[in-house]
Design a protein around this ligand. Structure first.
Ligand SMILES: Cc1cc2nc3c(=O)[nH]c(=O)nc-3n(C[C@H](O)[C@H](O)[C@H](O)COP(=O)(O)OP(=O)(O)OC[C@H]3O[C@@H](n4cnc5c(N)ncnc54)[C@H](O)[C@@H]3O)c2cc1C
Length: 420
């Protein structure tokens, strides 16, 4: 059997892509080395944020994805049996606060730039912030309300997208690890070797989250996706006292930084079940998944600066995962010009839940020759900003391949008389 598309990885990105590929009429198989939705998509929070994105291509993708979530949730609810758990989509809004005098103006400036890019970012007074969040520490120095921020339960969202993909005919193979490429005589990628035999397909999409670098290496290309560890504390259930996603403006600096050393910032939110999630940390320690009590203590201490009442609450558990970090802070979406047949949908770092739906639409349009809903160039695997993070041979391969692609495009435009 030869599929049109083979998706490697059954996290939220692979699930979303498989679903839209199938909706476009493609025959699709998803291959997953463990259980579906068992990777990073089950190890993070489910925020769908605009508030933490600076103006630029990632924000554009987040804004586009945000427009898709309400209808997608409605479609999933209609398509899946009533017994399927809710994805807990909540358009709750975000509240970002500064806790120091020097932090106030940068937050307001950041919000003003986001506003210019179409984000609903509303600077509010402390009194107004306390109306939104009565238990917030009143000793804040600035606050911005982001009504467009929302939330899902990420594991259930990934499972629901995958279940919907199955309804559309997608085959999902679990407990099967991709180990190597199958190449045609001309060197194109036409399938993969797995721990349970060969799988053939016209296109192979790496959606393996933080393991995408390893999978790409197994298929013969270098990809600078690295794991970035994050940890979250979970309280016991309580009556709702946190109503928005509330975080310290330091969080934005942490998401935009490439620093490998530990960074923590306060991020506090309730879940539908009544627990409070307290995050988060960022640290590049490879795939070391041991809990570090110092990290957890730092996260807890910072959360108390936002919500002092949490001092009297019990923590029930902690969990953590590995964000798929890209050194140029941009997801990778599109065909890899170094290896015909290979595609990427990965590198979403701490925003893959929010960005999964937009990613799926873009890659599906690129694969089927449709007009992508937004300009895909900034996410292209052939972009120049990746070259410094590849070894020189690989960077040269990428640059040659992208120059050849540009020449082809120019030739085609000349033949068709296009001069856009
Ligand atoms: C603490 C923390 C908090 C976060 N909070 C948020 C948030 O609030 N909002 C948000 O949008 N994002 C958040 N994220 C980021 C988000 O979780 C990720 O960006 C997203 O889950 C990535 O999804 P994925 O499908 O690319 O990867 P994954 O979910 O990791 O899926 C990849 C899959 O590939 C499989 N795989 C790997 N190797 C192979 C192989 N050789 N063969 C077959 N299969 C393979 C893995 O088993 C895995 O299931 C957070 C992450 C962390 C760690």
């Amino acid at each position: 059997m030869i599929d049109d598309v083979l998706v490697i990885g059954a996290g939220i990105v692979g699930a979303a892509c498989a679903r839209t590929f199938a909706a476009a009429g493609l025959q699709v198989t998803v291959v997953e080395r463990g259980a579906a939705a068992g990777g990073t998509s089950a190890a993070g929070e489910g925020n769908l944020l605009l508030s933490d994105k600076q103006p630029g291509a990632e924000l554009v993708l987040a804004q586009y994805s945000a427009t898709l979530w309400p209808d997608t949730v409605a479609d999933l609810t209609a398509e899946l049996p009533g017994t399927f758990p809710s994805v807990e989509f909540e358009q709750k809004g975000g509240l970002v606060v500064a806790t120091t005098e020097p932090g106030a103006q940068p937050l307001l400036d950041f919000a003003a730039r986001q506003s210019d890019s179409g984000v609903d970012a509303r600077p509010i007074s402390t009194a107004e912030a306390l109306v939104l969040e009565p238990d917030l520490n009143p000793a804040i120095t600035a606050a911005v309300h982001y009504p467009e921020d929302s939330q899902v339960q990420p594991t259930i969202a990934a499972e629901a997208l995958l279940a919907s993909a199955r309804v559309r005919g997608v085959r999902v193979i679990t407990n099967t690890r991709v180990t190597g490429p199958i190449l045609s005589a001309s060197g194109d990628l036409v399938g993969v070797q797995t721990s349970k035999g060969d799988l053939h397909a016209g296109h192979v999409v790496i959606a393996a989250g933080p393991w995408s670098g390893e999978v790409a290496a197994a298929l013969g290309v270098n990809l600078p996706v690295k794991p970035r560890r994050g940890m979250v504390l979970v309280t016991t259930r309580m009556p709702h006292r946190v109503f928005h996603k509330v975080y310290d403006a330091d969080y934005v600096g942490a998401t935009l930084s490439s620093d490998a050393a530990l960074q923590t910032s306060s991020v506090v939110e309730s879940t539908a079940s009544g627990t409070v999630l307290i995050g988060s940390s960022r640290q590049q320690v490879g795939f070391d998944n041991r809990f570090d009590v110092h990290v957890l203590a730092e996260i807890a201490a910072k959360a108390l600066r936002l919500f002092p009442f949490l001092a009297g609450m019990s923590v029930m558990r902690a969990y953590g995962g590995f964000r798929p970090f890209m050194p140029d802070h941009m997801p990778l979406i599109g065909a890899d010009p170094r290896l015909p047949g290979l595609w990427h949908a990965t590198g979403h770092e701490g925003a893959g839940i929010g960005l999964a739906l937009g990613t799926a639409d873009i890659i599906t349009a690129l694969m089927t020759g449709d007009q992508p809903p937004i300009d895909p160039t900034p996410y292209s695997p052939a972009r120049d900003s990746l070259a410094p993070f590849l070894d020189s041979d690989d960077a040269a391969r990428l640059s040659d391949a992208s120059a050849a692609t540009a020449d082809d495009t120019a030739d085609q435009a000349a033949v068709s008389g296009g001069a856009a």
